[in-house]
Write a protein that binds this ligand. Structure first.
Ligand SMILES: [Zn+2]
Length: 277
């Protein structure tokens, strides 16, 4: 789901109870969580939410750790409490608040600031809570993470994912030539059926560069942008568009495979073969 669609659903109070906010910068994820929380709890008419000035909007802010920071009893942020993880104890403590009715607003909002750092036990405690909604007032959880792939599959399957875009903006001047090369290779493959064009399609995407850092999401973002840019716009090209979009979607899974020691070139070849064949 797009961020805009999620915001519209939040205004209407119809947002899915668990939402993953991934991609973007850490700052972008925090801002998105705050705006969605305000849209959910704001007391202005739906179309004007979040108004930014009501007693709820003004106090829904990221916790600052000092007494001057406003506080809303129905909005909680769970931050990573251990060096590298978010503990099950801290998670359970947050979930205890979720057992009681809202204090002031019509619902409650809980933000897990680094959902990728939840321990297995903590993730399962959260999951159990998502599976057993038992309060009458709406309760929304936002799980913030660099990538949804860092979360347990069980947690992902219970949540709606909202992708906020690549961590760093991609340069159109880098994307454009890749998109042209990819498009030419994909069209040649479609008309000739010769697998050699699949490999040139992969080579075009590999041209994004920067693959030597296995943890960098940037080359994948550039390659995915090139696929999107290459989509044929004319009527009757829907099947072709779908195939290329499926490839772009698969590209987003690439970094995880890469961390398992599979080279970028192999992953790209595999994706092209799977999605265009
Ligand atoms: Zn408001």
């Amino acid at each position: 789901m797009s961020y805009e669609a999620a915001l519209a659903a939040a205004r209407q109070g119809r947002l899915y109870p668990a939402v993953i906010l991934d991609g973007g910068s850490a700052e972008a994820r925090r801002s998105a969580a705050l705006e969605l929380a305000r849209a959910l709890l704001c007391e202005a008419p739906a179309a004007a939410r979040p108004c930014g000035v009501c007693r709820h909007c003004r106090r829904i802010v990221w916790p600052g750790g000092d007494e001057a920071t406003p506080f809303h009893p129905d909005f909680q942020v769970l931050e990573r409490d251990l060096k590298a993880s978010t503990s099950v104890d801290a998670t359970r403590e947050m979930l205890r608040t979720a057992q009681v009715s809202p204090y002031e607003a019509r619902g409650q909002v809980f933000v897990i600031a680094s959902a990728e750092s939840l321990t297995g036990e903590a993730a399962n405690a959260l999951l159990k809570n998502l599976e057993e909604p038992h309060v009458s007032a709406p309760r929304n959880f936002f799980l913030l993470a660099p990538s949804r792939l860092d979360l347990l599959p069980t947690l992902r399957s219970r949540s709606l994912a909202v992708f906020l875009g690549p961590a760093q903006p991609v340069d159109p001047q880098v994307v454009e030539p890749l998109a042209r090369a990819f498009s030419a290779a994909a069209s040649s493959w479609a008309s000739s059926g010769s697998p050699v064009y699949l490999l040139s399609a992969a080579a075009a995407l590999a041209g994004a560069g920067g693959w030597d850092d296995p943890r960098s999401g940037q080359p994948w973002a550039v390659a995915a942008a090139a696929v999107l840019r290459s989509l044929p716009q004319e009527d009757g090209a829907a099947a072709d568009r779908r195939a290329r979009l499926a490839l772009a979607e698969a590209l987003l899974e690439g970094p995880a495979l890469r961390l398992r020691g599979i080279t970028a070139e192999r992953i790209l070849e595999g994706m092209v073969a799977r999605h265009l064949a």
